[in-house]
Design a protein around this ligand. Structure first.
Ligand SMILES: *Cc1c(COP(=O)(O)O)cnc(C)c1O
Length: 351
């Protein structure tokens, strides 16, 4: 701290889920995809990675073109980033300042608060309802740049398209950022609304549904003007934010969409199986549209459940805030690991 700017002395940085090396765990703590990157995509990238002695194409044209076809938007309506965390960072930089604050739910992706503090942006947190759903009336004319994860993390709850549209339409002077990191696990994307509203930015990632957390590839979709503003941030910090290997992998993955779709169906099926099984043994399970479930068991704390599972070689995540401390968030794994998890949770509650 000796040399750290006074600006950052009170900053609490984002704490990633643990990645312990001491033993093999069944890792259900960081919402990674249980399936590896497709072999076809890896082979494509091995053949097609652009020469590494040259800088990558800062506009990622090939990748952008595939994405614009997939989402029925134009190339000027997309920006590629180093994971979607970087897109969110650009959005805070571009659309908030000392006058224009941020608005977000009290329970949501922890990084929003970190970015707001990093950039010295005032923010208002709107409490979720008791059942952890978002009341969209609370966001009508919210008076700041809105950040909403849909499905929300770590609850897994989802807003419908008409509710998202109501929020976007009622905040014409503010950008509304809809973080769709988990959209491919069963909810409806609001991307089509970008042609109707110039204040909507949709954030997406290859990390969850496309098994690419380690590759770091995210993207944003919005009207041309919003994307231009975000590019200003990108070209002022890191124009080569997507490296050549990752760009080639992204292209390979988009050429093998069947594989992604098959994996998403498996995750959804395992999620539904896990949700039913946990309800049957007495857990409260919040209905989830993500690749995770948020659950509690009366009489046990989130930390207690976390520690018991860790002893048994399974990692999950708990969040020690007042409203979430009784819950654990469990990432949906392979069928085999889901079955092991259910057996261990049965053991824990028996004792
Ligand atoms: C995982 C996650 C992200 C960011 O993931 P990247 O790996 O940076 O793309 C963004 N938002 C939410 C809600 C997430 O859960």
């Amino acid at each position: 701290m000796k040399y750290l700017s006074y600006r950052h002395r009170d900053l609490n940085a984002y704490v990633p889920g643990e990645q312990p090396q001491d033993r093999e765990y069944i890792k259900l703590n960081t919402n990674e995809n249980p399936f590896p990157v497709s072999k076809k995509a890896l082979a494509y990238a091995a053949e097609n990675t652009k020469a590494l002695h040259l800088y990558p194409d800062p506009d990622c044209r090939e990748l952008t073109e595939l994405l614009s076809k997939k989402y029925s938007v134009s190339n000027e309506e997309i920006i590629l980033t180093n994971g979607s965390d970087e897109l969110l960072s650009f959005a805070f930089m571009a659309f908030c300042d000392e006058k224009k604050g941020a608005v977000m739910p009290d329970i949501t992706y922890g990084f929003y608060e970190v970015f707001a503090k990093l950039y010295n942006i005032k923010y208002r947190r709107i409490p979720l309802k008791d059942d952890f759903s978002i009341s969209c009336e609370d966001y009508v004319n919210a008076g700041g740049t809105i950040f909403l994860a849909n499905p929300n993390a770590p609850t897994g709850r989802v807003l419908g398209l008409s509710e998202i549209e109501k929020i976007v339409a009622s905040n014409p002077d503010n950008v509304v950022v809809i973080d769709e990191a988990y959209i491919d696990f069963g909810a409806d994307s609001c991307v089509s609304l970008i042609h109707k509203y110039d204040n909507l930015l949709v954030s997406m990632t290859f990390s969850k549904s496309r098994s690419m957390a380690g590759g770091r590839l995210g993207f944003g979709i919005g009207c041309k003007d919003i994307i231009q503003d975000l590019n200003k941030m990108k070209y002022s910090t890191n124009p080569y934010n997507v490296n050549s290997m990752t760009a080639a992998l992204g292209i390979g993955i988009l050429k093998d969409e069947e594989y992604t779709e098959k994996n998403c169906r498996a995750v959804i099926s395992n999620r539904n199986m896990l949700s039913d099984a946990l309800q049957n043994i007495g857990f409260d399970v919040i209905p989830s549209y993500g690749n995770f479930v948020f659950v509690r068991y009366e009489g046990l704390s989130g930390e207690g459940l976390y520690l018991e599972l860790k002893k048994r070689g399974i990692l999950v995540r708990y969040f020690n805030s007042e409203r979430t401390k009784d819950y654990i968030r469990i990432t949906i794994g392979s069928l085999e690991n889901t079955e092991i998890l259910i057996a261990e949770l049965k053991n824990i509650i028996k004792n």
